[in-house]
Design a protein around this ligand. Structure first.
Ligand SMILES: Nc1nc2c(c(=O)[nH]1)N[C@H]1C(S)=C(S)[C@@H](COP(=O)(O)OP(=O)(O)OC[C@H]3O[C@@H](n4cnc5c(=O)[nH]c(N)nc54)[C@H](O)[C@@H]3O)O[C@H]1N2
Ligand SMILES: Nc1nc2c(c(=O)[nH]1)N[C@H]1C(S)=C(S)[C@@H](COP(=O)(O)OP(=O)(O)OC[C@H]3O[C@@H](n4cnc5c(=O)[nH]c(N)nc54)[C@H](O)[C@@H]3O)O[C@H]1N2
Ligand code: SF4
Ligand SMILES: [Mo]
Length: 745
């Protein structure tokens, strides 16, 4: 067993050399022909899947040539998420399959000559080992000591295993590091969440307001397509962003707001709408609660007041408010998605929800539609045991309005303290590179250090695998089944993922791993099927389909159960809130001791010589997961640092030169980043794309390329309402160390 602090191990196992050699002899032709177009003389077979390169989960077809090699992946025409078109990342997704740096076999942490390393293990050995350790550790702490961190399809399988074992501590970074604040804000206002894909009716909107939501770089497929159609039909786009984003270039108005001040702008907009009577009076009267309180509350928040805070011209604030009103109810103040910015994010998104309510866009064409999900029965299993401790007990008394489990809450509860009995001893980490996804790496590492067992299920040797006790290599989404996709949309629909080919190397699908572990843990009763095909076929037959049919069509749509995509004119509606109304004034917030109406609080400014670190997406990459993808690195192989010319001049910085960054806590980036001098960013901030700066040398294309924003996010502002981790209160300055890299001028 480990005795010292857990060392990071680069995934190069003892005895793995032979595997690496075998891998390097693999033909590369399939992937490299992807963009060149396939040979016309080839016969193709196709099989259905849905994409795992991001969580839009577009359904598509995987094409193989007559030698059985995967050639390309294209969208399924019937699919509402993609309308037959994949985004660049999805198209390049086959690179995940071809990547020779993939995890190839199970690995177990061991000590050789005092050095920690991984040894190659067979599947039986690895799973037996995990099961034995789980039983032993649970005999001391109870099954509740196991937590699952997951982002991706495998979560369903491991989550099922965990619940059968007796723990419900299952969490994803897509809540407290991503869309949590908006879901809680919309839940407390409208009594329902925004969902994913978002219920925004962009297709028919006349005015789309994007506040720090950079659609187009944020490449959520169907949404981007709808936005482009809406623009063609003459919709107005209003973009609020300190950076001239791609979509700012397509906007009628770009409001280059001073970062962290959005709340002031939102309050001023509410003020203008109410003062001028630019709101939907009938809708507000019929459906909302607390209008008079709101009206009194926003009285002082004039555009002139907001100007001093946001730097946005009061005239522009009035003009944009009028644009929204003119388009209403076909207007969307977009709730955004990655919204954990400054720690008062739920309140900011409450202000967004209120604006939509005033304009009557919720439940209206061109505003927000009512999505419906296909009802698919679960394969019958016995009830799960009732855990002695629920996950929320990890952060008892805090984040009381969180409607999902808070990842950072479980992470912190893993660090032993004298006053808490709620400690986790085992982590399963599936499809989430926690070293990039969770801010404040020091806390993450402290928690990992306190574990007795960490099992990482991944496809690639990303950073988190280096801290594992056992690594289980999952095959890529192109080589496996998963649960049916059942996401809500305008029409209920399902999509099938099936293997296009056999798993490469010694990798396996998550469903198989979870079931095999379950059996070893004596949980057979919860895994009564022989294989996932049998389980899926049973489910599909309950809804009048079959596995055979879905293999042929990939996507199936069902009629809506009611004609309620939008509210009917004058319809009486009871909302799922305490008052049954849309709560402009939130009773939930009030009951939990938070401001029932959103207020502006100033956030810290960059110290002298420092700039606010802001980050976002590039259209051809997803977080840190694609940084090594051979097809996508061809398109972009490192991130750059956007610097305003005024700042560049002050520091003597030139486009193309490399610098390191140091943050307010003297944390210096591991690698250096290429400067891009551009007017497109305000002078008080610098910008980079998240997901680069990998330090695992086993990622041959991604290692050392660019800077990892996460390592500079040492200061986190927690949202007291729901535990979200505000990450944009970090400031950086330049360090003139090029890391040996030559300026590419
Ligand atoms: N600093 C900073 N932090 C952020 C963000 C940010 O912009 N900046 N964004 C936040 C947001 S919005 C989100 S949603 C989260 C995202 O957080 P994550 O989803 O954790 O993001 P990734 O860094 O892509 O890590 C994904 C991991 O899954 C692995 N993987 C890929 N495919 C598969 C598969 O099929 N099976 C398995 N088992 N593993 C697979 C990849 O190799 C990688 O290790 O991060 C959040 N954290
Ligand atoms: N290509 C691609 N697309 C993706 C993803 C991906 O990894 N790659 N990830 C998906 C996921 S899970 C998510 S959550 C979404 C995230 O995508 P979005 O929800 O669009 O959000 P962010 O990454 O937060 O947005 C970054 C933008 O916010 C701006 N910004 C920074 N600070 C402020 C501020 O104080 N005020 C304002 N108004 N703007 C500010 C930045 O300049 C930048 O343009 O993208 C999704 N789509
Ligand atoms: S948006 Fe792109 S990466 Fe995301 S699921 Fe769709 S095709 Fe895949
Ligand atoms: Mo996200």
């Amino acid at each position: 067993m480990r005795t010292t602090r857990r060392q990071f191990i680069k995934v190069s196992a003892l005895g793995a050399g032979s595997l690496a050699v075998a891998a390097s002899t693999l033909k590369w032709s399939a992937a490299s022909s992807l963009f060149a177009g396939a040979d016309a003389s080839q016969a193709f077979t196709r099989s259905p899947t849905y994409c795992e390169v991001c969580f839009w989960q577009c359904a598509g077809w995987v094409y193989k040539d007559n030698d059985g090699r995967i050639q390309k992946i294209v969208g399924n025409d019937e699919d509402l998420h993609c309308n037959g078109r994949f985004c660049p990342r999805g198209t390049g997704g086959v690179g995940m399959y071809h990547d020779t740096d993939r995890l190839k076999t199970p690995l177990i942490r061991t000590v050789v000559d005092g050095e920690e390393t991984f040894r190659v293990a067979g599947w039986d050995e690895a799973l037996d080992y995990i099961a034995a350790r789980m039983k032993e550790i649970a005999s001391r702490y109870g099954p509740e000591c196991v937590a699952l961190f997951t982002h991706g399809s495998g979560g369903a399988h491991f989550g099922h295993m965990l619940k059968a074992f007796g723990s419900q501590s299952i969490t994803a970074p897509s809540f407290a590091q991503c869309r949590g604040p908006r879901e809680v804000a919309f839940l407390t206002t409208f009594g329902d969440i925004v969902y994913s894909p978002e219920r925004t009716d962009i297709r028919d909107t006349k005015c789309l307001v994007l506040i720090g939501s950079h659609l187009g770089e944020n490449m959520h497929n169907g949404q981007v397509q709808e936005m482009s159609d809406a623009i063609d039909k003459g919709a107005t786009i209003i973009t609020v962003d300190p950076r001239f984003s791609t979509v700012a270039g397509k906007s009628k108005f770009w409001l280059p707001i001073k970062p962290s001040t959005d709340m002031a702008l939102l309050l001023a907009w509410i003020h203008v709408l109410i003062e001028n009577g630019w709101y939907d009076k009938e809708y507000v009267e019929r459906y909302t609660y607390g209008f008079e309180e709101l009206k009194a509350h926003v009285k002082p928040f004039t555009p002139e007041w907001a100007y001093g805070i946001t730097t946005i011209d009061p005239h522009v604030i009035r003009q944009t408010a009028k644009e929204m009103f003119n388009a209403s109810p076909a207007v969307i103040i977009h709730p955004g998605r990655h919204v954990t910015w400054y720690g008062d994010d739920t309140q900011r998104l409450r202000a967004v929800a209120i604006l939509n309510a005033l304009l009557g866009s919720w439940g209206r064409r061109g505003g927000f539609y009512n999505p419906e999900k296909a009802e698919v029965p679960e394969y019958p299993v016995p009830p799960f045991p009732q855990p002695k401790r629920m996950p929320t007990e990890a952060y008892e008394g805090k984040y009381t309005l969180a409607n999902e489990v808070v990842s950072n809450g479980l992470c912190e509860a893993t660090i032993p303290t004298t006053d808490k009995s709620c400690n986790f001893k085992i982590w399963f980490v599936n499809g989430t590179n926690l070293m990039a996804a969770l801010p404040d790496q020091e806390t993450t590492l402290k928690a990992i250090d306190a574990l007795e067992l960490m099992v990482v299920i991944d496809t690639m040797p990303t950073e988190i695998t280096g801290y594992a006790d056992v690594i289980l290599p999952e095959c890529t989404f192109l080589e496996r089944y998963d649960m049916l996709r059942k996401s809500p949309h305008r029409e209920p629909n399902i999509a099938l993922r099936m293997p296009a080919t056999e798993p490469k190397y010694n990798s396996k699908p998550a469903d198989w791993m979870a079931r095999e572990l379950g059996i070893r843990l004596g949980l057979e009763a919860w895994f009564p099927w022989n294989n996932i095909e049998e389980m899926l076929d049973w489910q599909l037959k309950q809804i009048g389909s079959s596995l055979e049919e879905m293999k042929r069509i990939g996507v199936k749509k069902f009629p809506r159960t009611a004609d309620d995509l939008y509210f009917a004119p004058g319809e009486d509606i009871s909302f799922n809130t305490n008052t049954g109304k849309i709560e402009l004034y939130s009773t939930d917030m009030e009951n939990e001791g938070f401001n029932p109406l959103p207020v502006y609080t100033p956030h810290e400014e960059p110290p002298e010589g420092f700039y606010r670190l802001i980050y976002g997406r590039a259209p051809m990459h997803t977080f840190s997961r694609t940084a090594n993808n051979p097809n996508l690195t061809d398109l972009m192989d490192e991130n750059t640092l956007w610097v305003n010319p005024k700042v560049a001049k002050m520091w003597g910085l030139k486009s193309g030169q490399y610098v390191k960054l140091s943050n307010q806590d003297n944390k210096v980036s591991t690698f250096s980043i290429r400067v891009r001098v551009t007017e497109r960013i305000r002078w008080d901030s610098v910008y980079m794309v998240h997901g680069f700066g990998h330090n695992n040398t086993k990622l041959s294309r991604a290692h050392g390329r660019g800077v990892n924003d996460t390592e500079l996010i040492t200061r986190v502002k927690i949202d007291p309402v729901m535990g979200g981790t505000g990450m944009r209160g970090n400031f950086v300055t330049f360090v003139f160390d090029t890391d040996g890299k030559e300026a590419a001028v």
